[in-house]
Design a protein around this ligand. Sequence first.
Ligand SMILES: Cc1ncc(C[n+]2csc(CCOP(=O)(O)OP(=O)(O)O)c2C)c(N)n1
Ligand code: SF4
Length: 334
Amino acid sequence: MEMDMTTPATAVEPTANHQAPDMDLPKEGELPLMEEIETRPEDHPIASFLRMDRMPHIWCPGCGLGTVVKCLASALEESAINLDKVSIVSGIGCTGRAAGYLKLDAFHTTHGRAIPFATGLKLSRPELQVVVFSGDGDLSGIGGNHLIHAARRNMDLLVILVNNFIYGMTGGQSGPTTPVGAKSSTMPFGNFERPFNLPHLAASCGASYVARWTCLDTRRLAKSFGEGLKRKGFRLIEVITPCPTLYARLNKLGTGLDLMNFYHEKVEIRHGADTRDLEIDFQGKIICGKFVDQERPTYLEMMHDHYRKILGEKYVPMPPEGGILREPEAEKGL
Ligand SMILES: Cc1ncc(C[n+]2csc(CCOP(=O)(O)OP(=O)(O)O)c2C)c(N)n1
Ligand code: SF4
C-alpha cells in the first residue's frame, strides 16, 4: 500500500516493494529457462534516460546508486518535464558518476563544486531545472560551505545527496556523515566525530524542501523526486544508500541486500518531524519522510525584486529563455 506523503506516520509500515503483487504468476514449467531469456540493453526500463554506450557502469554489485538513478528517471518520466530543460550536475565520487550515465545535459564537475557550478548554470539559464546529484562527502565535506550558502540563499536547485556514510570512491575514509562508532579505513577503531544531521543543517539554513528516504523505498523516493522537481528554491533530498564494498565490509554488515533488510527494519517514517531529531546513530533507527515543504522567495525572485526596487526601468533581468543571444530571432538579426 502506498502512503500519501502528506500523512504523518510514526510506525514502520510495509511498502509496495515488500508485498507480493496481486496477479496471476506463471506456473512451474511455464517459465522460460534463464538461458532462453534474451536481455538486450535497449530493453532496460530506463534505457531512454541512460547513455547506454557507457554501460556497464562502474558501480559494485549491491550498490544502491543504480536504484537512485532509476527513481530519478521514473520521476522525470512521470513529471513529463521537457528533458531538454533539465541539467544534471555532479561532483566527484561513485555517486558523481551519475552525471556521466544520465542522458541529460550533464556536467561532471570537480570534487565539492557541484553546487557552485549548478548555481552559475541556474543564474545564467534561469529557465533550466538544475538537479545536483552527488555524494555525502562531496556535498557536505569538501563542498559543505557551498551547501549551506545555497540553502541560505534559497537558490533554485534540486539537490539529491546520496549518503552511504563513507567516502566510497577513494577507499572508505570517514566523512562528515559517518556515524559515531562506525569503522572506516581512516578510523579502524571506530569514528568518534559527531556527524552532520543533514536535513537539520539544510532546514536551519533556510531550505524550502527537505526530505530523507532510503533507496529501499523506491516509490516514495521517486515521488519525492517528483515533488522536488515541481517546487522552487533550495530542495534537499537525502537518500540513504548501501555501499556494500566499503561501509558494509569494514563494519561487517553483510551484503547490499542485508543493508536493504536493515533499512526495512529500522526505517521509521515521520513526516514533519522536528529536524533536530533526525540524527543517525550507528545501526540505530533511520527517520525518513518529508520534513520541510514551504514556499519562500527564491534567490532569483529576491534578486529581481531588489534590483527592480532600486533601479526601476533601468533593470534588465536575464531573459527567462537564457539570454538574448540564444533567442533565434536575435541570432538571425546578428
Ligand atoms: C579536490 C579533491 N580532493 C579529493 C579528491 C579525492 N576524492 C575523489 S572522490 C572522493 C570522495 C567521494 O566520496 P562521496 O562524495 O561520499 O561519494 P561516494 O564515492 O561515496 O559516492 C574524494 C575524497 C578529489 N578528486 N579532488
Ligand atoms: S564503493 Fe560503495 S558507493 Fe562506490 S560503487 Fe562500490 S558499493 Fe557503490
